[in-house]
Design a binder for this molecule. Structure first.
Ligand SMILES: Nc1ncnc2c1ncn2[C@@H]1O[C@H](COP(=O)(O)OP(=O)(O)OP(=O)(O)O)[C@@H](O)[C@H]1O
Length: 213
């Protein structure tokens, strides 16, 4: 593992009019590798992650997965990449567990397997007791854990997480790091943007730092 290029940013940049969101950057993430993206506020970490996951088309350069240009409209490609960048849109009338079952079902798990995936993911993140809560009944840290669960409950080969440490105490940060590490151990490729030294040390094999534009 670690020899094949999985994700590549080739001179990607983003700007809106004269505003530079991301200065040109190139990087390669090998399959099975965990890369941390660091940099000061506003250096473009979220923008880079959005480009790598196909959510944002770069103004310059191109992102590739397995040598193919990243394209969010391509369902097989979307199945490969699970990205959690910011909080997802939650449905007011669905419980935490129903959200996860919905996502697991959408990505091809039949009924009982979707229930198992939701159960397992909530247990791993220590939120099993919140199964029947609506999202408006969760604390901010619990909402963050459910948000991460939406990315983990579905199949993926590449996991992209933007500041997974947000809103979490030290115990939960360590828990999330160990859950992500388990995914790496089963072969997943991971890119995280983070300001948390302990999370980067626990998860990443390597880190890159974005210069400010
Ligand atoms: N829609 C937008 N229009 C104009 N500028 C934007 C837009 N979105 C982001 N930016 C700017 O692009 C730059 C990079 O933003 P980005 O969110 O990628 O940074 P970041 O490194 O993730 O920051 P942080 O550490 O604060 O999360 C910032 O200066 C930001 O103000």
């Amino acid at each position: 593992m670690g020899l094949v290029s999985c994700l590549e940013a080739r001179d990607v940049s983003a700007s809106i009019d004269s505003e530079v969101l991301l200065a040109p950057v190139s990087l390669i993430v090998s399959c099975g590798e965990a890369l941390a993206v660091q940099g000061r506020n506003g250096s473009g970490k979220t923008t880079l992650l959005r480009i790598l996951s196909g959510q944002l088309r770069p103004t310059g350069g191109r992102a590739f997965i397995d040598g193919e240009p990243v394209d969010e409209r391509h369902r097989a490609m979307r199945r490969t990449i699970s990205a959690r960048i910011g909080l997802p849109a939650f449905a007011r009338e669905l419980t935490a567990h129903e959200h996860l079952r919905f996502i697991a079902t959408t990505w091809g798990r039949p009924g009982s397997a979707a229930t198992d995936a939701a159960d397992t993911t909530m247990a791993a993140l220590g939120i099993s007791d919140l199964q029947n809560r609506f999202v408006n009944e969760l604390s901010s840290g619990q909402t963050q854990l459910l948000s991460l669960a939406t990315a983990l409950v579905r199949p993926f080969d590449v996991l992209i997480l933007d500041e997974p440490e947000q809103r979490l105490d030290a115990t939960r940060r360590a828990l999330v790091a160990s859950v992500v590490r388990t995914e790496i151990d089963r072969g997943a490729t991971v890119v995280i943007a983070s300001h948390s030294t302990d999370m980067i040390e626990a998860i990443a094999d390597r880190s890159v730092s974005l210069a400010e534009s």
